[in-house]
Design a protein around this ligand. Structure first.
Ligand code: URA
Length: 208
């Protein structure tokens, strides 16, 4: 895809990818005080033809815990997945960018969105995961995940609600990021939560 870098031969197993991302400093995010967070899925996640869920990047808690989507956004994601009847344990959950990008403010680390170039660089690893996992469906949550999957910036509003067939025959669905819901309240939150639920319901339907 556009902008993607070709570094070396791609690792062919999930443990090999996990090991390789820990040494990655191909973009400035990999040079901060953080750790790479590998995707996580069922034991038999290789060739599993199920659902891959792609977020943006690990947050503070994911960086500390070493697992994707275990902080506030992950907890909200879990609630909505459950509502849609999607068992998170059966999905492969990962991120477009494998390291946490932040700025330090006193003791706090404040999330910063990855730039297009950082997303395009880290796509190397997401593609490696996709080649191994071979998901039937990919759910990209938010603009960074959508950019990683499509190689260009898209509007979530316009892209959601219908699948795009990817070059390997899998289906890409695009939705909002749960962190976006967390930043809203009142009617706006209700409206976006309903849209998010509708997207997850469509994905659940395709998984049946
Ligand atoms: N937000 C993401 O995009 N990914 C995580 O793993 C956690 C929060």
């Amino acid at each position: 895809a556009a902008g993607a870098l070709e570094f070396e031969e791609r690792p062919q197993t999930l443990p090999a990818i996990d090991q390789a991302i820990h040494g990655c400093a191909k973009c400035p995010i990999g040079q901060l005080e953080n750790r790479a967070v590998m995707g996580e899925g069922p034991d038999q996640a290789e060739n599993f033809s199920g659902l891959m869920i792609v977020g943006e990047q690990p947050g503070d808690q994911e960086d500390l815990g070493g697992r994707p989507f275990i902080g506030p956004a992950g907890q909200l994601l879990d609630v909505h997945l459950q509502k849609a009847g999607i068992d998170r344990a059966t999905a492969y959950v990962t991120n477009a960018v494998k390291h946490f990008k932040y700025v330090q403010r006193g003791k706090r680390r404040i999330h910063q969105s990855p730039g297009a170039k950082e997303i395009d660089t880290c796509r190397w690893w997401l593609e490696a995961e996709r080649e191994v996992v071979k998901p039937k469906l990919v759910l990209a949550m938010g603009a960074s995940a959508a950019r990683s999957m499509l190689g260009r910036t898209v509007s979530i509003t316009r892209a959601r609600g219908e699948a795009v067939t990817l070059d390997d025959g899998s289906e890409l669905w695009i939705t909002a990021h749960p962190s976006y819901l967390l930043r809203l309240d009142g009617d706006a939150r209700m409206k976006q939560a309903a849209l998010f639920d509708a997207d997850l319901a469509a994905v659940a339907e395709r998984l049946r």
